[in-house]
Structure formats: structure tokens, C-alpha cells
Design a protein around this ligand. Structure first.
Ligand SMILES: *[C@@H]1O[C@H](CO)[C@@H](O)[C@H](O)[C@H]1NC(C)=O
Ligand SMILES: *[C@@H]1O[C@H](CO)[C@@H](O)[C@H](O)[C@H]1NC(C)=O
Ligand SMILES: *[C@@H]1O[C@H](CO)[C@@H](O)[C@H](O)[C@H]1NC(C)=O
Ligand SMILES: *[C@@H]1O[C@H](CO)[C@@H](O)[C@H](O)[C@H]1NC(C)=O
Ligand SMILES: *[C@@H]1O[C@H](CO)[C@@H](O)[C@H](O)[C@H]1NC(C)=O
Length: 383
């Protein structure tokens, strides 16, 4: 395998997608309007970048599409989602997990890129999001450079095929080898459209007292962004990713001032972590907050809400984000002139019922996003 293999595959792709008469490409389009199979062209616009895990079209219909610029399909492909996104002027991209042995094998990398480019073109998608989150220890420069090489090759081949394809990489809340992810962040930013900064799971390695803490604290998020700037990455290469979920921590003890001590559960070399809690969606948390023992409390040192909840004799502390805490972070993204914002994940709201209260909850979460202008709004919901 080698260059010739790529050339042959690209040639076949070329014949299939461009060489064929226009009408057959249109016939190939599963949308009601063949326009909706075309990738989005604007490569400079601001982002509201959302991950979608649900395979349910009724859920997608309840997203606020006015806000969304890019949707990442996680764990599924759907023509319906592609048509719906494009009909709303939103990009739709696939997510890429990379097996670790591919990082150090150029042959495997070439095959990988060719295969993924074929998927993206055949399914009328707009690009790919890299979500490699495994450790790359500081001394494994071969793995670090191999990952960069894979992203670089992807960027090169995708952009050669279509310059408006989008290539992005998900990165930890800080570039300081968080969770042993010692990636070459600076170079990754030069071989992508932007990095999606996962400003959550910020307690994956708790080095101080082993207690429940904010999932996405304002100041910790800010310090992470500043470290990215310090590496030389420009603000327009960063999208601030925030959580639509919180952590549900069983407390082994609760102090007078509501500090919830948690069990020691180690993660990547640190003996206390948020793995002591469970990730819970905002929709679920808004149901149980009704029975909380404290009501919504506000932590000024992180600009996030939390509450306690008791079940079967155990006290739980819930650390989460709501439209108020999210708005602080979105305003920070605007102040720093970032490329945009995003969420993990769009399905974390309660889409199962349409009571006035739940509709209001969903609307507030979507409305917290900045109102970036999209130039390619087309026909809404006519897919
Ligand atoms: C790369 O992977 C291929 C396919 O698994 C294998 O044949 C080859 O030996 C590997 N090359 C290296 C340098 O490990
Ligand atoms: C966790 O690590 C800290 C600091 O290294 C140490 O003081 C503490 O005893 C450890 N706790 C447990 C339960 O291992
Ligand atoms: C709240 O508590 C009441 C009384 O125990 C119970 O009936 C109700 O189901 C609880 N609601 C939730 C959302 O857990
Ligand atoms: C509390 O107990 C009930 C009945 O045993 C069980 O169904 C429920 O999952 C328990 N709740 C928690 C949070 O463990
Ligand atoms: C969606 O967002 C737009 C732009 O902010 C807003 O005008 C609209 O009311 C929102 N739609 C819903 C259903 O909340």
C-alpha cells in the first residue's frame, strides 16, 4: 500500500462523485431538495458546534437550528440529519476515533484518511471531528507527532478534495498534559480549522482535598484558554466547548458549609477524580432539583450552580451548568474573540415531554448561545 493506492481510490471517488452526470448525483441525493446535499461553503463563520448522540428525528426537530453552525453525528450516520442540518445552513460532520496503533504507522494512516474521505463524500457530509482522548505521555513524541501527522494528512487530502470541508480536533480544557494528553496542540491548530476545547471534566484529576467540585468552573476554563493562547494559538482557532451535563456525586460526608467529600477513585495517575460521580444530563437534573434538600446554590469561586439531593439515606451533590453559568462562559468566548462555542451534547435536555416548563427550560438553554450570524440560512425544516 502507498501513494498509488490513494491515487486509485481518489480516482474512483472522482469518477463516482464528479465524473458522473449531474443528474445521477442529484438522484443520489436523499433529501427533498438536491441543494441540501451540497456542503456548506462559508469557512470563516463563527461556530455553535454541537454534538448529537440521539438517533431520533423528533429530538433533532426540537434543536434550535437558528443557533447551530455545525452538528457532529456521534455513533450514527443519518441522511435525515444531513438533510435537516443542510436545510438549516448547518454543517454536518462525522466523528473520528483513531486506534492507538495508527498513530505510529504511516501506511495505516493513509488508508484511514482515504476511507474517511470516502465516507464524508458519499454521505454528503462537511468534514470530520477528531476525538482521540487517550493518553500520549510526554516522552512518547513518536505518538504525539504521529497524531499530528494523521490530522495534517486528513486536512491536506480533505481540503484538496473540497476546500470548504471542515477538520477539527477535540482537546482537553488545558494544553498542560491534562489526563496525560501531551499532544502538540500548537501544530494541531495549524492543520485544522479549529480546536474544540472541552472545558468540562475539569475535575478528572483532583490534586487537593477529595471533594465534589465544578465540572466547568469559569476561572479554570479561563486559565485553560489562556494557556492555549500562551502556546501561540490564535483566538480564532479555538471553540469553547461547555457541558449540558453535570456530575452526580455520592458524598461520603457533607460539612456544615456544604463541602461534599467523595470516594477516592484514581484517574491517570491521580488518586481522586470526578469518576467518583456519574455524568447526568441537564434534563434529568432539572427533574431531581425539584426534590433537592438545598435548592439551587451558587458558587462564586467558579460561577456555577450546585445542589444537594438525598436518596435512600445518601446525600448527593450535583455540580452542573445552567443558562446563567453558561452565559458567563459564552461572554468570555465573545470577549476573547474565539471562533465560537459548542456543547457536549445537544441531546442532554428533556425532549421527551412538551410541558410549558420543559419547553421553557429547553428554550433557555438554546438561547444562552451567542447569536452569531449565518450567511447560509436556507429553508427551515423543508428537507
Ligand atoms: C503498519 O501496519 C501494517 C498493516 O497492519 C503492517 O503490515 C505494517 O507492518 C505496519 N508498519 C509498521 C512500521 O509497523
Ligand atoms: C492521595 O494522594 C495524596 C497526595 O499524593 C496523598 O496524600 C493521599 O494519602 C492519597 N490518598 C489515598 C486515599 O490514596
Ligand atoms: C419528589 O419527591 C416526591 C415525594 O417523595 C415524589 O413523589 C416525586 O416522585 C419526587 N420527584 C422526583 C422528580 O424525584
Ligand atoms: C434507591 O432505592 C431504590 C429501591 O431500592 C432504587 O430503585 C434506587 O435506584 C435507589 N436510588 C439510588 C440513587 O441508588
Ligand atoms: C431560537 O433562536 C433564535 C435566535 O436567538 C430565537 O429568535 C428563537 O426564538 C429561538 N427559538 C426557540 C424555539 O426558542
Amino acid at each position: 500500500m502507498g501513494r498509488w493506492f490513494i491515487l486509485v481510490v481518489l480516482f474512483v471517488l472522482f469518477i463516482v462523485t464528479w465524473g458522473a452526470p449531474q443528474t445521477s448525483q442529484e438522484a443520489d441525493c436523499p433529501c427533498s431538495n438536491p441543494e441540501f446535499c451540497k456542503p456548506i461553503k462559508d469557512t470563516k463563520r463563527k461556530e455553535v458546534f454541537v454534538f448529537s448522540l440521539s438517533k431520533d428525528i423528533d429530538t433533532w426537530q426540537k434543536y434550535n437550528w437558528t443557533k447551530i453552525s455545525t452538528v457532529v453525528m456521534v455513533g450514527y450516520y443519518s441522511d435525515d440529519m444531513m438533510c435537516l442540518a443542510h436545510s438549516n445552513g448547518a454543517r454536518v460532520v462525522t466523528i473520528a476515533g483513531v486506534p492507538t496503533d495508527y498513530l505510529t504507522n504511516a501506511t495505516l494512516q493513509e488508508e484511514w484518511v482515504v476511507k474517511n474521505l470516502a465516507v464524508v463524500t458519499q454521505k454528503h457530509l462537511d468534514g470530520i471531528n477528531f476525538d482521540y482522548e487517550s493518553p500520549i505521555p510526554a516522552d512518547r513524541t513518536d505518538m504525539r507527532d504521529g497524531y499530528t501527522a494523521l490530522v495534517r494528512l486528513t486536512y491536506k487530502m480533505f481540503k484538496e478534495y473540497n476546500p470548504s470541508f471542515q477538520i477539527t480536533v477535540d482537546v482537553a480544557w488545558s494544553p498542560a498534559c491534562i489526563d496525560q494528553r501531551c499532544y502538540d496542540y500548537k501544530t494541531l491548530a495549524t492543520v485544522t480549522d479549529f480546536l474544540f476545547v472541552m472545558s468540562y471534566d475539569e475535575q478528572s484529576q483532583i490534586r487537593g482535598p477529595c471533594v465534589a467540585l465544578a465540572n466547568s468552573g469559569f476561572y479554570k476554563t479561563q486559565s485553560g484558554l489562556q494557556k492555549y493562547f500562551a502556546t501561540g494559538i490564535p483566538s480564532e482557532k479555538l471553540v469553547l466547548g461547555v457541558p449540558w451535563y453535570g456530575y452526580y456525586y455520592p458524598c461520603v460526608a457533607v460539612s456544615q458549609d456544604n463541602t461534599c467529600s467523595i470516594k477516592h477513585v484514581p484517574f491517570r495517575g491521580v488518586n481522586c477524580s470526578d469518576a467518583a460521580g456519574r455524568e447526568m444530563n441537564y434534563g434529568f437534573l432539572m427533574r431531581i432539583i425539584q426534590n433537592s434538600t438545598t435548592g439551587r446554590l451558587w458558587e462564586t469561586s467558579t460561577l456555577t450552580p450546585y445542589f444537594n439531593y438525598k436518596e435512600n439515606g445518601t446525600t448527593y451533590q450535583i455540580r452542573y451548568d445552567d443558562p446563567v453559568s453558561l452565559k458567563f462562559k459564552f461572554d468570555m468566548a465573545l470577549k476573547y474573540g474565539l471562533r465560537g462555542v459548542g456543547i457536549w451534547n445537544a441531546d442532554a435536555l428533556d425532549y421527551s415531554q412538551d410541558t410549558p416548563e420543559v419547553i421553557r427550560q429547553r428554550a433557555q438553554m438554546w438561547q444562552a448561545f451567542p447569536d452569531y450570524k449565518k450567511s447560509e440560512i436556507t429553508i427551515r425544516n423543508d428537507f
